[in-house]
Design a protein around this ligand. Structure first.
Ligand SMILES: Cc1cc2nc3c(=O)[nH]c(=O)nc-3n(C[C@H](O)[C@H](O)[C@H](O)COP(=O)(O)O)c2cc1C
Length: 371
């Protein structure tokens, strides 16, 4: 039997029927008011089928944490009924539903946040053209955001989710606090490497506290092992981050890589795959999820030699029947390029479809006549 089809048990006893994960993917398709939308539910129903864990797009925990137009919120109790529908859609075919919780920090588009003023650890703009310089958060505001992660977790539990994933990756606020580029603070949330771990650590603690009484609830943590900024997070820094996460204890760790097999992006002399280094550091203490351009079953099987679970992102947009085809011995029917004639069949909401089809090189697209 293929490894990906074997059940997996987390240390808290929660079991998933297989080792496939729907990667978190933002779809720009919730209501402008932050509510979950019908299009979104149809999109998830289609691709959560069969997988072990289904992770949602990132939901903002505070109003000033919005990162994308038409994102959905978990910052108010009024969102709980919609979140409940979302959890039910994900769980309908047996997957465990995980809500990804986040704050965009300095990556917020100004027009989406109060006073058009993004916030971050320090007033340092991201390295990109036209980027706005964020306002440095006051210490009490940082504490309020930690509290908001706890409140988001409470709402996820009330809405019937099986877990939350703390989004500490992809250059958003949690990573900004860990980064020597974006965090130049002098209070207890800044300083040296250990000081810069304070925010991620306190978020984990607050989320775990909120989840303490929930039965069979998973808390995951997603991180990016490096960043390109100078100064920026290195693989050595990440070793220390992983040690902290292991010491605090979460139910899984999710390494965010654009390509599963990639080596360091900061040091071209390094040949070891980053995922191998991460797996060694974790050494089996906590389940590890890997991701990044895994499209073929053989690639997933190879990945599962190193990680416990494998997440597929774009591939499950391109072919939501992926796992069904593996199960029924129809691997040769798996699509690895997006068919531009199939938007309705694939249940991809229009804003996501437009983003995919206008951003060159983002998704593999089938070379064909578009009707
Ligand atoms: C459309 C799109 C939206 C994404 N949104 C998120 C997100 O909300 N949260 C997150 O952690 N990663 C996000 N990612 C990154 C994916 O989870 C994943 O790590 C990345 O796409 C690489 O995996 P893949 O090659 O299987 O797509 C997004 C990726 C795509 C393509």
């Amino acid at each position: 039997m293929k490894r990906m089809l074997q059940p997996f048990q987390f240390k808290n006893g929660v079991e998933v029927p297989n080792r496939l994960v729907l990667a978190p993917m933002t779809h720009y398709s919730s209501e402008p008011t932050g509510e979950v939308s019908e299009h979104e539910l149809a999109y998830y129903r289609k691709r959560a089928q069969n997988v072990g864990l289904a992770i949602t797009a990132c939901a903002y925990v505070t109003e000033d944490g919005k990162g994308f137009p038409n994102a959905f919120g978990v910052n108010d109790d009024k969102f709980i009924p919609g979140l409940r529908q979302l959890a039910e859609s994900l769980k309908a075919e047996g997957a465990k539903a995980i809500l990804q919780i986040f704050h965009a920090g300095r990556m917020s588009p100004p027009e989406l946040v109060p006073n058009e003023q993004p916030v971050s650890a320090s007033a340092v703009a991201p390295v990109r053209e036209g980027a706005v310089t964020p306002r440095a958060l006051e210490t009490s505001e940082v504490e309020a955001i930690i509290e908001a992660f706890g409140e988001a977790t409470r709402r996820a539990i009330e809405a019937g989710f099986d877990g939350v994933e703390i989004h500490g990756a992809n250059t958003y606020l949690i990573q900004q606090f860990f980064s020597p580029h974006s965090n130049r603070r002098e209070d207890r949330f800044g300083g040296d490497l250990h000081g810069r771990l304070t925010f991620p650590r306190e978020v984990i603690r607050r989320v775990k506290e909120a989840a303490a009484d929930a039965e069979d609830f998973l808390v995951g943590y997603r991180f990016s092992p490096e960043e390109i900024e100078e100064p920026g997070i290195t693989l050595d820094d990440t070793d220390v981050l992983l040690d902290m996460i292991l010491a605090e204890g979460v139910d899984y760790i999710h390494a965010s890589l654009w390509n599963f097999n990639t080596a360091s992006m900061r040091d071209e002399n390094v040949t070891e795959r980053s995922i191998d280094r991460i797996a060694k550091r974790i050494n089996g203490a906590i389940p590890l999820i890997g991701v990044g351009q895994l499209q073929r079953p053989a690639q997933v099987e190879d990945a599962l030699e190193v990680v416990d679970l494998a997440a597929l992102g774009r591939e499950l947009i391109i072919d939501p029947e992926w796992l069904e085809k593996v199960k029924s011995d129809r691997e040769d029917e798996i699509e690895t390029e997006l068919d531009l004639n199939k938007q309705a069949e694939l249940a991809v909401p229009a804003p996501l479809w437009n983003a995919i089809t206008t951003r060159a090189g983002w998704f593999p697209i089938k070379d064909q006549e578009v009707k």
